[in-house]
Design a protein around this ligand. Structure first.
Ligand SMILES: Cc1cc2nc3c(=O)[nH]c(=O)nc-3n(C[C@H](O)[C@H](O)[C@H](O)COP(=O)(O)O)c2cc1C
Length: 226
């Protein structure tokens, strides 16, 4: 598979990317994959100016000459795009959102209505074969609503999506929490193998990855005592 990984954490030592690395380790055991990892914070990606010149040129590129066009080429060619990022204010970090906004050159102005009533833009190339995985870590313990806006946005934006939202993610980089973090990373590794075999994660696997490492009350107590 041709895989594009968009690492959207601004940190060198990303909590979220630990999960993604473990997943890729398992996935790599299932065959020969071509991997492009983009550390988005290091790339020059200006915000979209809304000029829509891309919809006149229709060449899959943006008129702004920065690093985004090279990413668009990788994006278009990818069989699997993995978005790996921390939850920021209930969505994706702004530098990654700038990248997402600037995937607009990959669609056309023309719209179509799906069978379920949703209205979508026609795409420049056929993305129906492309798969998307979103791995999002966050600092809150699990609670209803924390990931709602992100889930909605991802469902609208991505093809063949599977989304894994992991609460209590800062524990993945705390040595004292290794006793609960390592088993989760092991589960991500196994999930990578499962994905390589089936091109999908079972609902049970997703549920196992999203299960908090420790109970909410304990996590809050630990955080508040630091
Ligand atoms: C600006 C900012 C906004 C954040 N917003 C949220 C949030 O809305 N919900 C949440 O649970 N955690 C939030 N967090 C916590 C991060 O998601 C958390 O620390 C995560 O583990 C960082 O992952 P990373 O190391 O991969 O960057 C926020 C952190 C920052 C710096």
């Amino acid at each position: 598979m041709n895989i594009l990984v968009l690492n959207g954490s601004p940190k060198q030592k990303s909590d979220t990317f630990r999960m993604t690395e473990a997943f890729l380790k398992g996935l790599n055991r299932t065959g020969e994959h071509t991997l492009h990892i983009v550390r988005v914070i290091e790339r020059q990606i200006a915000p979209c100016t809304g000029c829509f010149q891309c919809w006149q040129r229709m060449d899959g590129h943006c008129v702004i000459e920065d690093d985004q066009n090279a990413i668009l080429d990788l994006y278009r060619a990818a069989d699997l795009v993995i978005w790996s990022f921390p939850l920021y204010c209930y969505g994706m970090p702004s530098h990654l959102k700038a990248l997402l906004d600037r995937t607009i050159p990959l669609v056309k102005m023309q719209m179509r209505q799906e069978a379920d009533g949703r209205v979508q833009h026609e795409t420049l190339t056929d993305f129906s074969r492309q798969r998307t995985l979103v791995f999002c870590g966050c600092g809150f313990p699990d609670w209803d609503g924390n990931f709602d806006s992100l889930r909605l946005q991802c469902r609208q934006c991505f093809c063949n999506l599977q989304l894994v939202c992991v609460p209590e993610a800062p524990m993945l980089n705390v040595p004292q929490a290794a006793v609960v973090a390592e088993p989760l990373l092991e589960r991500f590794e196994q999930a990578g193998e499962e994905y390589g075999r089936n091109l999908a994660l079972s609902p049970e696997t997703v549920a196992r990855l999203e299960t908090p490492m420790i109970p909410k009350e304990v996590y809050i107590r630990i955080v508040n005592s630091v």
